[in-house]
Design a protein around this ligand. Sequence first.
Ligand code: SF4
Length: 334
Amino acid sequence: MRVSDYPFTQEATEHVRSLGYSLESLLSKSSFKTVRSRAAERVAGAMGDAIPESSGDTVAENLTELLSYPLARVMVSCLNDPILLRRYALAEAKLAFRRMQDEKEGLTMLAGDLGLNLRGPGPWKIYFAEYIRAAHRMHSPKWKLTNRDLFEGYLTVTEVELKRILEEVIREKVLKGLPTPVDEKICQTLEEYLKPLSRQLETLRARQKVDLGAVEEGAFPPCIKKMLTEVAKGVNLAHSARFALVSFLLQINMSPDEVIALFNTSPDFDQERTRYQVEHIAGSAGTQYRPPACATMATYGNCPGEDELCRKIRHPLGYYERRARMFTPAEVHQ
Ligand code: SF4
């Protein structure tokens, strides 16, 4: 395992500390210009398709890779935008995931550094408590503990699954502590890099605005509004919330394509998987699903609390229909 490939690890942090470079020197010395450029490239990549691979294998290039990570954290903290922070954490995790494809024994070392003490040469055994901590945000049924071969406190994961779990652990680790408190003067020193990044962020924000077309957004119940806000921020919804949101929007006559486009705001957007799920809920397999009633929404923690109209209805669609009727036709079709 090459430590510069995984600059978020404990080992990398200790290595950087042992080198003894000050933040001031990283910010100002001309010899660290490549570090500053690579840090900006990490952040720009997070707003684009991906963080590009570093250029090579020399000692100097590995050092640049290692030092650019803490500096990229400073840059995203200066920009301090929730969508960027999430995208950045995900982009670092995806870069590490790509690098993991070439790992062999390094995979066990990486897992150990990240708090997963694996048993065996692979497929690996993971202690259930470590597994839960690592996979708790992975919502697909195959990750549920009840669907795993739990035996004497351990469960088995394949190499492909382990890499996916590590990617998720890395995403959380990178996101943890962001934004870091950064002195305004430091952000000013980085202005040359932050200005173009800030412009890129504006474009990203504009692209991610949720467009609900002719649908009367003002009539949405609080639960649906909350879910849409989270989707717009790039938060991955829990399975039950995702189902409720998709089935609701389809029921009020949004097309599957319009609904899929809404989820394009998520940094982890998987077009094919989203299309499959949305079309399934829309009835591709013969059953068109209705959104759950308020009681079920509350059971799954998807009811954010009732407003006055909520107290009179039992279903989010009932809320929408009543509220939409309150709008004049002119208002509805504006
Ligand atoms: S009471 Fe029903 S409509 Fe109102 S927020 Fe809760 S789930 Fe949504």
